[in-house]
Structure formats: structure tokens, C-alpha cells
Design a protein around this ligand. Sequence first.
Ligand code: ADP
Ligand code: MG
Length: 305
Amino acid sequence: MLRFENITKVFKTDILTAPVVALESVNLHIKSQSMVGFLGANGAGKTTSMKIMLDFIRADQGSVVYGAELGGNLKNALSKIGFLPERPYFYPHLKGHEFVSFMGELQGLSKTTIKERAKLWAPKLRIDHALDRYLRTYSKGMLQRLGFLTVVIHEPTLIILDEPLSGLDPVGRQELKAIMRELHASGKTVFFSSHVVPDVEEICSEVVFLSSGKLAYQGSVDKLMRENVGQTFWVKTPATDKILRTPFVAKEKLSDEIVRWEVSQQDQENLLRELLDSRIPILGMEQSRKSLEEVFYQIKGKVAL
Ligand SMILES: Nc1ncnc2c1ncn2[C@@H]1O[C@H](COP(=O)(O)OP(=O)(O)O)[C@@H](O)[C@H]1O
Ligand SMILES: [Mg+2]
């Protein structure tokens, strides 16, 4: 649907400060109908990438390819993309519905169409009750939901959201995640940035991960976990000098009396059998699975330069 081919962006502020390489030869691909989490620490280059996708700023090298679903070129793509910036500006003296009309008209929609679409989406976004109120009375979560309404009002194919969950309380985050899931389920492609890994892990099957302006990983969360984790299995036993035949990944002394053996998943049965045969008591066992966050720290270590 949208592809970055070797995108490089360098910011040169003034002659006294060194130029900042915000993106370096980045290739990324947003697939049609996917829900992609765009991860990276602050300053990794996420906002810059989004601005380049929307042609707010130009890359120094490389190109952005807009697929057929986006009309094949930038001009067509812009009418098929809904974008919510990280810090949108909401005119405080406008009422909710006035702001929605204003944004809809900017997209070239008729008043009737705007009304119809708002009627459809406002209840789903749980903002319908507040459309008659002035925006200065809105909470952060309400403004964000209104922002979502203006993003979907022209029925975009691709929705790009910059840090949509930041600054919200846990309830607000859950609500917006549910809405993002719903948007995705209704057939839209959703691409959103976040520096909070668990949020992404919860709702995305695909991730793009930037580390200091470079692409560190792109693909499915499952594959990433499989390739980088290798599930392991832990068993706790009393301390023993016995040398086990089963190869272990790690043996950790938890106290003077207790040790913990970590083996790969395929050795799980061998280990249990050997312990039983050797009459070594099993004090506890556990399947271990790293979180996506731990995996990213692992990869980041490999990619960070
Ligand atoms: N207009 C700009 N001028 C100079 N440097 C910039 C500008 N915009 C972004 N940068 C720098 O580019 C890098 C990437 O920034 P950004 O894309 O905002 O990261 P992220 O959104 O992942 O936090 C940072 O080092 C940032 O300071
Ligand atoms: Mg940003």
C-alpha cells in the first residue's frame, strides 16, 4: 500500500550544530489491511517518517511509493489517508460539531455527507454526547476521540496516527485501543507510532521498529518472538552437584539451597525425566516467554550503532 525505498533524511539546523541524520536508508512497507505498530524510542525518527509519508517534508534521498489502493501517486494518496498528528491543535472556541464540519469541509465533503458520517462515527467513538460542547471543555481523551472522528470523516483507506495513546490515562488508552481495533476490523489499514511496546503488542500483529533512524525490524510480532526468543522452560530443584545429561541454557543459584535450571523447550521432557530418574525433587517449573519489550531491547543492542 505504501512503501519507503531507501529513505534518508538529514536535518541541518545551522552551521554551528552538526546535522542530524533522522532517517538512514529506511525501507519499510505498510501492507494493505494491516494494523502496524511503529515503534522506536523518542528521537528514533517516527514522526519524521510520517511527515515524509504525507509530504509535509521531503526526504533527501529515496522515494515513497504509493500503491494502487492509495491511487498510485501522492496527490491521490492524500485524499485516501487520514492523519492524526501527535499534538493536534483544536480551536477551543469551536464546538465539537463545528470543528468536525470545518475538518470535513477542508476535505471537500458536503455538509450532508459530513453530517451522515459524523452520525455514523460519533457514537462508535463515544463522542456524540459532547459534539454540542465547546472544545475548551473537552478532556484530553475526548479531544483524542474527536481527532479520530476528523481522521475518518473522509473515509480514508489508510489511517496514520502519531502517538495516539500518549498522554491518556489507562482507561482512555484501553478505549482508544478498542477503537483502533474497530477501525482495523472495518477494513482500514492502521499505522500508528508508539514508544510503549506493550500497547503495540496488545493490538498489532505487525511491527516496524526504528532504532536511531535505522530500520531494526519489520514483520510479524509472532515471527519476531519465535526468532529472537526461543521459548525456554525453568525447573527449580534443591542444590545438587550432580551433572545432568540434559543440556541446559542456564543454571542459576537462587539461594544456597535452590537452583534453577533453564532448558530449551524441546529438552523440557528430557530434563523432567532425568530429574525423576535421578530422584532429584522438582520444587517448581515454569514456561518462560519474553515480552516484546525484552525482545526489542535485545535487538536494539544488536542494531544500535
Ligand atoms: N525540524 C527538525 N529540525 C532538526 N532536527 C529535527 C527536526 N525534526 C526532527 N529532528 C530530529 O530528528 C530526529 C528524529 O525525530 P522524530 O522523527 O521526531 O523522532 P520520534 O518521532 O521517533 O520521537 C531527532 O533527533 C530530532 O531531534
Ligand atoms: Mg514523534
